[in-house]
Ligand binder design. Structure first.
Ligand code: AMP
Ligand code: MG
Length: 313
C-alpha cells in the first residue's frame, strides 16, 4: 500500500476521544487524490485479489475473525459495496447478515442478542449490513420504537442513549479482546446524491425493485439522522474499534477505500498458514509414502482370508 493511500485511510478515521463535526469535517463528495473511476480500476482489481489471498490464510489459521459492519442512509451503496468488495473471496468463509426491523422474537430479547448469534467464527469474515448501531440511530430518531422493546419503565430515561454507547463500547472491547477484529464503515452519502439515486430507482425499470416509499418518507428525517450519527461517532470511535467515515457520493471511491481498509487491517495481523509440528510433518511424509507405495506389494499388509472351518468338512 502506498504512503498516500495510508494517509488517505487515516484521514477517514474518526479520531477516538475527539469531537467531530460531521457536516463540516467530512465531505460525501471527497475522492482524495484520485480524479476518476478509470484511474483506480487496476488498484481495485489488485486489492480484491490480495483480499482473497489474505482470507485464505485467515481461514487456514483459524484464530482471528473479522467483523465488518456497515451503516448508512438508504441508497448510500451498502449492498453494492459488499457485492463488489467481496467478489473475490471464498464464500465458505464469509457470512453476510442484514439486520431489518426486529421480529417479535428478537424484540423479546436484549438488543445485542440477534447480533451475538450472527458473529463470525474464528477464521471467518462476518459482514453486518446494518447492526446494533440502529439502536442509537433509527430508534433514536423514532423513540416510540422503544415501546416495542419491553424495557422496564424506570430504565427508559434520557440516559438510555449514553448507556447504550457504553454497552456497545464494552461489547466491542470484549470482542476484540477475544480476537474478533472490528471494522466499522459509515457510507456517507449527501442528501442531494440520495435524491438522485432515489429518482433513478423510479425512472429506470431495472432499478424499480429497489424503490421503497418508506425510504422516501425516512428522507424527511435526514438531518436528525446526521445528528444521531455524529453523536454515535463521538461516543463509539475507539482505538480498538474505530469508525471510518467513507465518502459515498462516488461509488468507485467508496469501494476502493473500503477494500483498502480491509486489506490494511488484515495485513496488520501478519496472517500466515499454520506451521506444521514435527509430528504432523512426519505424518504427512508417512501418508505420502503409503500413497506412493499403494498397489506395489498387493499381498503386503493385507490380512489373509480366514479359512472357514467346521461347516462343510
Ligand atoms: P433495508 O436495509 O433497506 O432493507 O431496511 C431495513 C430497515 O430495518 C431499515 O429501515 C432500518 O432502519 C430497520 N431496522 C434495522 N434495525 C432496526 C432496529 N434495531 N430497530 C428498528 N428498525 C431497524
Ligand atoms: Mg432500504
Amino acid at each position: 500500500m502506498t504512503k498516500k493511500m495510508e494517509k488517505l485511510l487515516d484521514s477517514l478515521i474518526v479520531p477516538p476521544g475527539k469531537k467531530i463535526d460531521l457536516r463540516n469535517d467530512y465531505d460525501p463528495g471527497h475522492t482524495g487524490h484520485f480524479m476518476s473511476k478509470g484511474e483506480v480500476k487496476k488498484t481495485m482489481a489488485a486489492d480484491i485479489h490480495l483480499l482473497s489471498l489474505q482470507q485464505d490464510k485467515l481461514y487456514a489459521q483459524d484464530t482471528y475473525a473479522l467483523l465488518i459492519l456497515f451503516q448508512a442512509m438508504d441508497a448510500a451503496g451498502k449492498d453494492s459495496t459488499i457485492k463488489h468488495v467481496m467478489s473475490g473471496v471464498n464464500p465458505q468463509g464469509v457470512q453476510v447478515t442484514s439486520f431489518k426491523v426486529p421480529s417479535v422474537e428478537e424484540l423479546d430479547h436484549d438488543y445485542l442478542w440477534r447480533n451475538c448469534v450472527a458473529l463470525p467464527r474464528r477464521g471467518d469474515i462476518g459482514i453486518f449490513n446494518r447492526s446494533y448501531y440502529e439502536e442509537v440511530l433509527v430508534v433514536r430518531v423514532h423513540p416510540e420504537y422503544l415501546d416495542r422493546q419491553h424495557i422496564p419503565p424506570d430504565l427508559k430515561d434520557q440516559d438510555l442513549w449514553n448507556r447504550r454507547f457504553d454497552e456497545i463500547n464494552n461489547f466491542e472491547k470484549y470482542l476484540t479482546d477475544n480476537g474478533i477484529i472490528i471494522l466499522k464503515f459509515f457510507l456517507y452519502v449527501s442528501k442531494e446524491e440520495q435524491k438522485k439515486r432515489f429518482l433513478e430507482r423510479v425512472e429506470e425499470p431495472d432499478k424499480n425493485w429497489k424503490f421503497s416509499a418508506a425510504d422516501i418518507h425516512e428522507r424527511v428525517h435526514f438531518e436528525d439522522y446526521m445528528d444521531a450519527y455524529e453523536e454515535l461517532f463521538n461516543h463509539t470511535s475507539t482505538p480498538y474499534a474505530p469508525w471510518y467515515i467513507i465518502p459515498a457520493d462516488h461509488k468507485w471511491f467508496t469501494r476502493l477505500t473500503v477494500v483498502s481498509a480491509i486489506h490494511q487491517t488484515l495485513d496488520r495481523l501478519h496472517l500466515a498458514y499454520p506451521e506444521m509440528t514435527h509430528e504432523q510433518e512426519e505424518a504427512l511424509l508417512k501418508a505420502k509414502e503409503d500413497m506412493v507405495n499403494e498397489g506395489r506389494n498387493p499381498g503386503k499388509g493385507r490380512k489373509p482370508m480366514k479359512k472357514e472351518s467346521g461347516k462343510n468338512s
